[in-house]
Design a protein around this ligand. Sequence first.
Ligand code: DOR
Ligand code: ZN
Length: 346
Amino acid sequence: MTTPSELTLRRPDDWHLHVRDGDMLRAVVAHTARQFARAIIMPNLKPPVTTVQQARAYRERILAALPQDTAFSPLMTLYLTDTTSPEEIRLAVASGFVHGVKLYPAGATTHSDAGVTDIRRCHGTLETMQETGLPLLVHGEATDPEVDVFDREAVFIERTLAPLMKDFPGLRVVLEHITTRDAVQFVRDGDDRLGATVTPQHILMNRNALFQGGMRPHHYCLPVLKRERHRQAIMDVLAEGHPRFFLGTDSAPHPKGAKESACGCAGIYSAHAAIELYAEAFEQAGALDHLEAFASLNGPRFYGLPVNEERITLVKESWEVPGEYPLGGDTVVPLRAGGSIGWRLL
Ligand code: DOR
Ligand code: ZN
């Protein structure tokens, strides 16, 4: 396919996003609203968003933080704990604004200490989710410290996710931010109730990017970048136009100092240029004709929501990414900081 100089798509959605709260929220949310009509908002605040009442209040804070005249709609999630009740799930479904429940295995990542210690504790709650169709959004990494950090996704799939899906044959599941060939295979082998989100970093970079000329804390996220053959397997399934893989940036802002530290936080900020970065990855793979389905059709189909009617236009025009963006009283270093991106959103 020859590269077009302009690309018009239905307005996309981001099916996995961290916008934080307070000053940070006010600093980042406009970047997402500029491109996306909707986003699935992650609940890993401190304290986490575990109830529908908290999700309602968080949603109000997000709406209040939006610039005037933006039609962006936040799709809320609950943070699953060992004690989330089936009643809370029913309230979530009835709310109309909660669209999923996030499973963080305790200790797997940023603000996951309140997460699930043993999935068997959640069986009653998962049964209600299965019955009502509310999706389980999974951070798929084993937390056993014996497991090598690069194997955590594959081990989680084998030890936890595959058995879980056998126990709950009707449960709808999104395997979030997939990073391995194993995850691609597992989702591909699954049926309509299983989907996956893919971040820009996991199709644009492999683990060499963590050590390019020195330690690169701004390329560190969880699940961590993997080998080239894994990146290739993910890009291959997207280039094929598989209908159950969709856009989820996992854009996760942290203050510059919290990343550039002796114990730096996990998270890559990509909301400033997400759709442009995906366009670049799809162009490299010769798959631009599959970008719209990935970004704007597959997600709504999985979540049972209407597709967006508005259109956006990307032009094949290079622009320089700033070294930093303001982040409340701090700054955040975005993906591709100081470099350039070959597509620009009009
Ligand atoms: O890199 C990550 N950052 N992975 C996650 O799972 C959480 C996220 C965050 O909240 O910073
Ligand atoms: Zn995330």
